[in-house]
Design a protein around this ligand. Structure first.
Ligand code: DOR
Length: 302
């Protein structure tokens, strides 16, 4: 049965439901109880050239509206990923997409070059991390910087290049058009929305890094709106994410124009959520006599 198969910039997936970077570790952490082959694609943790310890102090806070994080890209570095983690992931059939983050345009290019022949299915260029001082969001909020990063990455790899956009901008369409013109093969959005929580006992910010990225159901309407705006404005496929907890949430993103979706924060609550969302999309299609998920993409009547 192929109701759910999708091809995003040449990445073939059994379902349109992927895991969002950073929320599913390297996949292996979940492999004892989740069948990784049921996930459309695994987008692994944000990877940098050198290993990073991440930010100090408290890094996660739950708020009634969603989750705040300021991890600061803790990861073993690209060589650590290639030598220690990737060989294990190759035991699964699932496409592996590596989220890459640099401090400079050259670092993004170097990451792309090192991963080019590693056997991964694609790259997700993270120009939207809200939790690092250099790089990160600086690239994702400036069309010219984003253009430079995407051009450099494209010049140094033949892998499909997905570019992950930030919601912390006034004009997300401008950013999307800039990265598409620079050669992005697909666009994913949204990364987390910059937020802050304050402890009213100590008068101190809750997070060690003061501010952090908000995710979960609180950001879903913002994400749906941005996916809708971007999908109308570009030709490349759009991967939608932001607060998807159920199949109904995923269908909303697809109607807004997403060709695939990613589940993030919900993985922390229910590790089986990706497979459940995929099954729910299938049921939704079957109930309506639809044959393939593509029949829903961008079909919102406005
Ligand atoms: O919310 C986020 N947290 N988005 C990113 O892109 C990176 C991550 C982190 O490591 O801080």
């Amino acid at each position: 049965n192929d109701m759910l198969t999708v091809d995003i910039a040449g990445i073939k997936m059994k379902t349109p439901v992927m895991t969002a970077s950073g929320t599913f570790g390297f996949g292996l952490e979940y492999s004892d109880f989740v069948d990784l082959n049921q996930v459309g694609a695994i987008v692994v943790k944000g990877t940098t050239l050198a290993p990073r310890a991440g930010n100090s102090g408290r890094r996660m806070a739950e708020t009634p509206a969603g989750m705040l994080n300021s991890i600061g890209l803790e990861n073993p570095g690209v060589e650590g990923f290639i030598s220690r983690i990737l060989p294990k992931l190759k035991n699964y059939q699932v496409p592996v997409i590596v989220n890459i983050s640099g401090n400079t345009v050259e670092e993004y290019g170097e990451l792309a070059a090192r991963l080019d022949k590693s056997g991964v299915a694609g790259l997700e260029v993270n120009i939207s991390c809200p939790n690092v001082k250099q790089g990160g969001i600086a690239f994702g909020t400036c069309p010219d910087s984003a253009t430079q990063v995407v051009r450099e990455v494209k010049a140094r790899t033949s892998l499909p290049v997905i570019v992950k956009l930030s919601p912390n901008v006034t004009d997300v369409v401008l950013m999307a058009q800039a990265v598409e013109a620079a050669g992005a093969d697909a666009i994913s959005l949204i990364n987390t929305l910059l937020g802050m929580a304050i402890d009213i006992g100590s008068w101190r910010p809750v997070l060690g890094n003061t501010v952090g990225g908000l995710s979960g159901p609180a950001v879903k309407p913002v994400a749906v709106r941005m996916v809708w705006q971007v999908a109308k404005a570009v030709k490349v496929p759009v991967i939608g994410m932001g607060g998807i907890m159920t199949a109904a949430d995923a269908v909303e993103f697809i109607l807004a124009g997403a060709s695939a979706v990613a589940v993030g924060t919900a993985n922390f609550i229910n590790p089986y959520v990706s497979a459940e969302v995929a099954q729910g999309i299938k049921d939704y299609l079957a109930e309506r006599g639809l044959k393939h998920v593509r029949e829903l993409v961008g079909k919102v009547n406005c």
